[in-house]
Design a protein around this ligand. Structure first.
Ligand code: PNS
Length: 170
């Protein structure tokens, strides 16, 4: 990847999982600077506010020995953020074919919009069953998620569901 010095690992990170950490670690091995970009997916309603997602990612990266990876909110278009920070590539993880099908249009669109290339890394097969959406679905029903996410994340998700339920009762 000659010439690539900064790459963004974008995502909703709602919440960050062990799968995300694995992908960030692999990205970090490829490029000089990695920025975890906490972005808005127009097709999803987030459980956690952006600042909470950033805080959880920050703590998880520090705990995982990835303190040199920056975490930031992507306020608008991903390609605009890449231009702003001088990132020339996006790194995304693939768990399987469904991920590729979802990622390909975005990769092509980001290249169309601004020439930003996407590099796909294959995540650890042992983590391929982990998805933020499943973590939330399990936690919503009181199931165990702590072995799917970095320390502290399960508590944050459970708290968010408890607060949402409390809000519904008012
Ligand atoms: O974790 P996700 O939800 O699969 O990540 C998707 C995400 C947030 C990276 C994507 O929706 C995104 O890039 N959002 C920022 C706004 C943007 O640039 N939209 C156009 C994408 S082609």
């Amino acid at each position: 990847m000659t010439g690539v010095t900064t790459a963004v690992c974008p995502g909703s990170f709602d919440p960050i999982t062990l799968g995300h950490l694995d992908v960030v670690r692999r990205a970090r091995a490829l490029v000089d600077h990695v920025v975890v970009g906490v972005a808005r997916n127009a097709g999803k309603t987030a459980l956690l506010p952006a600042d909470a997602r950033v805080d959880l990612a920050r703590r998880a990266l520090d705990d995982a020995g990835l303190a040199d990876v920056r975490v930031a909110v992507v306020p608008g278009l991903l390609v605009d953020y890449c231009a702003e920070i001088g990132a020339t590539a996006v790194v995304k993880g693939l768990r399987g074919g469904a991920d590729f099908d979802a990622e390909l249009p975005m990769a092509l669109m980001n290249r169309h919009l601004a020439g930003v290339e996407t590099v796909f890394v294959v995540g650890d097969a042992a983590l391929a069953h982990i998805a933020s959406s499943l973590v939330k679905d399990i936690a919503r029903h009181g199931g165990p998620v702590d072995d799917l996410v970095p320390p502290g994340v399960g508590d944050a998700v459970r708290r968010a569901f408890a607060e949402a339920r409390e809000g519904d009762r008012r």
